[in-house]
Structures are given as C-alpha cells and as structure tokens.
Design a protein around this ligand. Structure first.
Ligand code: SF4
Length: 324
C-alpha cells in the first residue's frame, strides 16, 4: 500500500521521509479478546467492573476502559466483596481465582488462551514428576502467573544464558522447560540450546511457547530494520513484546526507540534520517500508529509503504459466561 501525506508547513522544501510500516504490528488476538471481555463485562454487570492489573500493557487502552467504567487495581484486596472483576491477559497465579471465589466475586478470566496453554503444560510437567525450568523475565505478570500454577519449589526461573551455567540439580531429577510467550525468539533459541546441552534429557514443547504474535512482529521488524535509519516502536516500557521489538531492531544495527505516543518523538531524532521504520507492540492500538504517521507528516513530507511479512487471522473465543 502506498500513500502520500502532505506536510502542513514549510518542511515541504525538505527531502521526503520514507516510512516503512511493519505488518503485522499492533493488537494481537489475545489483546483484542481481553479488551472485549472488559467491555462486555461492563455491559453485563454494570459499572464499576474491576480489572486486576492493566488489562494489557498500554495506557491508552487502560484510559479508554477507565472512561467506560473500569477500575484498575493491582490486588484483589482493593476490590469489594461480591464485585465483578476481570483478570488481565497476562494470566494470574492459581491463588487469585481461589481468593475471588472465596470472596464471592464474579470473576472473568481474560488470560490469553496461549498463556493458559503454558499454564496447562506447567501442571502436566509437574504431574509427570518433572522440575520446570521456566525461561522468562522476573517480575513480569505473565511469569508470576505461570509460576503460580505449580507448587513452590517445582519451578525455577531462567532469565539469561548465564543463568543456565549456574543451575545445579541432582543428575536423576527429570527436567522440563517452558517459556514466557513474549520473549525474543533469538535469545530464547540460544537459552533452550544451552539447556539441552547441559541437560540432554530435558523435555519441552516442540517449539518454544513464544506466541505467534510475538514471533510475527519480530520477523516484521527484521524486514524493515535493515532499510531504516531509525525504527520507532509504539509500546509501553512494561510491555515485554514491545521492548523485544526495540532490541531486535538494534541488534540489526539500526537505532530504535520505544515511544508510547507521537508526542514522545523528539524531532531532532529525524536529523539526517531518510527512512524511518514503524511498528507497534501487541498491546498498542492502530490509532496510535496513525497518530505517529500524522505527526511525522507535520515535520516532513512522508512517503509511506507497508511491508507485509505475513497475514494474521487468529481469533480467540470469548469466555462462555459473556456470550450466553
Ligand atoms: Fe496472547 Fe501473544 Fe497476544 Fe500475549 S502477545 S496476548 S500471548 S497472542
């Protein structure tokens, strides 16, 4: 797709800015589903509906849902007994729905089905008597949720290649590995290879559990980064998949910046820049992509091109309690 946006002021004298927009980018099926769950919960139960943790890591999305009557909290003790509460797309430890049940809350689980799949794998591996090595980033809500699916002591977090060297298990302890869904495909491949070299009998999923949306967005950045002088990634600093997109571009030798919105762009970044690559993390809405394009067009004549690496058709079903 080609489009030409005209600048509104004197910048039209300057060299056009080539803009390469990655596709796929932005919302994934898990984020679409999580937002729809909150909207439907508000329709069904009335306001306020509580949401435990940011439903997805994007301030624009959170603010839009707040305006519709959602109240965001970090823990269930901030939610009144009996109130409706939605769990975020990142998933929650098993203790959270147990607590919600005990306090007679109406709860709706917006955990992405691809995260729930990892939860079930974790349970199965522990049932099979294996200790789990979980590759992920400490403190991320998805990691807290997945590690909270199995008893303490049955899962060990592995964050880096260096961590692999420090692991110490009895030789006869059966091991399995699982991964967070939003990791760097390249880093994870290296960590899995190191685990398999150290523990040849370790079992794991056929491919790591990095989700289709994370892999596709990283592949799309790889397609635009080599031809760009600067890559802009729209996403929050706490959005794991967005931060990974910045890393992917930088590893290809291209300067890259994480921005939440167009207003974060410093026009000085464009000095000497002929081509900008643009993408958005899985929790960033397309509206913010268009906002960035419009902002760039205020400064330079923009010649926009979308680089499509794959088409996505994934859709996840809503929880039954919201469609009956
Ligand atoms: Fe699900 Fe992947 Fe989207 Fe996370 S990034 S919500 S795991 S599809």
């Amino acid at each position: 797709m080609n489009a030409r946006l005209q600048p509104s002021r004197s910048a039209d004298q300057r060299k056009p800015l080539q803009l390469l927009i990655a596709a796929p980018r932005g919302f994934c099926a898990g984020v679409d589903r999580a937002i729809e769950i909150v909207e439907r919960a508000i329709e069904r139960y009335g306001v306020p509906v509580y949401v435990r943790h940011e439903i997805v890591h994007n301030q624009y999305v959170v603010d839009a849902l707040k305006a519709q009557g959602a109240i965001f909290v970090e823990e269930l003790d901030e939610v009144p007994d009996g109130a409706p509460v939605v769990f975020s797309a990142h998933g929650v430890p098993k203790s959270v729905p147990v607590e919600a049940q005990r306090r007679t809350m109406t709860w709706v689980d917006a955990t992405c089905p691809l995260v729930s799949k990892v939860h079930r794998q974790a349970e199965r591996q522990v049932e099979a008597g294996r200790h789990i090595l979980f590759i992920g980033h400490r403190g991320h809500p998805e990691v807290i949720g997945t590690m909270g699916q199995v008893p303490e002591g049955s899962i060990t977090l592995v964050e880096t290649l260096t961590d692999v060297g420090t692991l110490n298990f009895l030789p006869d302890l059966p091991l399995a590995f699982l991964t967070q869904t939003t990791l760097s495909v390249d880093d994870t491949r290296e960590i899995v290879a190191a685990l398999q070299a150290r523990f040849p009998d370790i079992v794991g999923p056929k491919a790591e559990d990095i989700c289709y949306a994370t892999s596709n967005r990283q592949a799309a950045v790889k397609a635009i980064a080599p031809g760009s002088d600067l890559v802009l990634v729209i996403g929050a600093t706490n959005s794991s998949n967005s931060v990974r997109l910045v890393e992917v571009a930088m590893r290809m030798g291209t300067d890259a910046r994480l921005i939440q919105r167009a207003s974060d762009i410093d026009p000085a970044w464009l000095d000497g820049v002929g081509t900008v690559g643009l993408t958005a993390g899985a929790s960033a809405p397309e509206k913010l992509v268009r906002e960035v394009v419009e902002q760039l067009a205020q400064w330079r004549t923009v010649e926009e091109r979308t680089i499509v690496t794959t088409e996505e058709k994934m859709v996840f079903k809503l929880p039954r309690q919201l469609i009956d």
